[in-house]
Design a protein around this ligand. Structure first.
Ligand SMILES: Nc1ncnc2c1ncn2[C@@H]1O[C@H](COP(=O)(O)OP(=O)(O)OP(=O)(O)O)[C@@H](O)[C@H]1O
Length: 249
């Protein structure tokens, strides 16, 4: 962690796509600090650069210019290998279209990042079952994604994002493909995570999702045009995420 407690820090962040006449400034000189325990919502019209920003913050893409720090470590200059390791250990991703592995059961999907991070099969299974229980899917552990509803798939994806106890969860329109009931299920889980002190960045078009955040930034043309603090970030709750999930060390 940095002295300021920022889990994520970006300075002068720029991402361009294409060149010449077709140059797109997807992210244009963004500065950002996300303190530990903050839930940050990012809103803005389609194409304003929200997803690109999230990908830069989580090391899925490299900036054209600027710097990104995760837990006090600069990541935009890391090798591909080191970047992949950083993502596995420190970042949990949740996507609009779930991105589950269709050939694997719900439990196996959740276990996968734990195994890739070097945990034993037994420990990976233990974590997966605990997390599936936490998201209300203990009874669906053996189901393939095709047999799950959209809301259930997204809850599996959230469990997967949490399995390595990430420093930050980055969610890209996590309720974008969900009906109201499933959206509320997902919001309840995010609310639980927030209460436990999990740092969260959520890109969303949904006002209900944004309303659960501590801070709301609005983007337009790759830039922040508004920044509203709705609540002070809370320190990690008793036991933090590990305590909430009963994961231990
Ligand atoms: N890989 C890419 N190659 C070329 N252009 C891209 C690429 N990714 C994003 N862009 C462009 O960058 C801009 C920002 O896209 P981005 O997906 O970040 O926006 P967004 O705010 O997340 O949009 P939406 O809400 O529709 O998901 C858009 O003009 C988009 O077309």
């Amino acid at each position: 962690m940095t002295m300021s407690g920022a889990v994520i820090r970006a300075r002068g962040l720029v991402k361009h796509f294409g060149r010449g006449q077709s140059l797109v400034r997807a992210v244009d000189e963004v500065d950002l600090e996300v303190p530990e325990g903050q839930t940050l919502a990012v809103m803005g019209p389609s194409g304003c650069g929200k997803s690109t920003l999230l990908h830069l913050l989580g090391g899925l893409e490299r900036p054209t210019a600027g710097e990104v720090w995760v837990a006090g470590r600069r990541i935009d200059t890391l090798s591909e290998r080191a970047l992949a390791r950083m993502r596995r250990r420190s970042v949990g991703f949740v996507f609009q279209s779930f991105h589950l592995v269709e050939e694997l059961s719900a439990a196996e999907n959740v276990e996968l990042p734990a195994l890739l991070a070097g945990r034993s099969p037994r420990e990976a299974r233990r974590r997966a079952m605990l997390l599936l229980d936490r998201v209300g899917l203990a009874g669906r552990a053996r189901h393939l994604p095709a047999r799950l509803s959209g809301g259930q798939r997204q809850r599996v994806a959230i469990a997967r994002a949490l399995v390595n106890e990430p420093l930050v969860v980055l969610a890209d329109e996590p309720t974008g493909n969900l009906d109201t009931a499933a959206t509320l299920d997902v919001l309840r889980i995010f609310e639980e995570l927030r209460a436990a002190g999990q740092t969260l960045v959520i890109v969303t078009h949904d006002e209900r999702v944004a309303a659960t955040a501590d801070r709301l930034v609005s983007m337009r043309d790759g830039m922040f045009v508004d920044d509203t603090h709705l609540a002070a970030a809370r320190p990690r709750g008793l036991g933090g995420l590990g305590g909430l999930l009963g994961l231990g060390d």
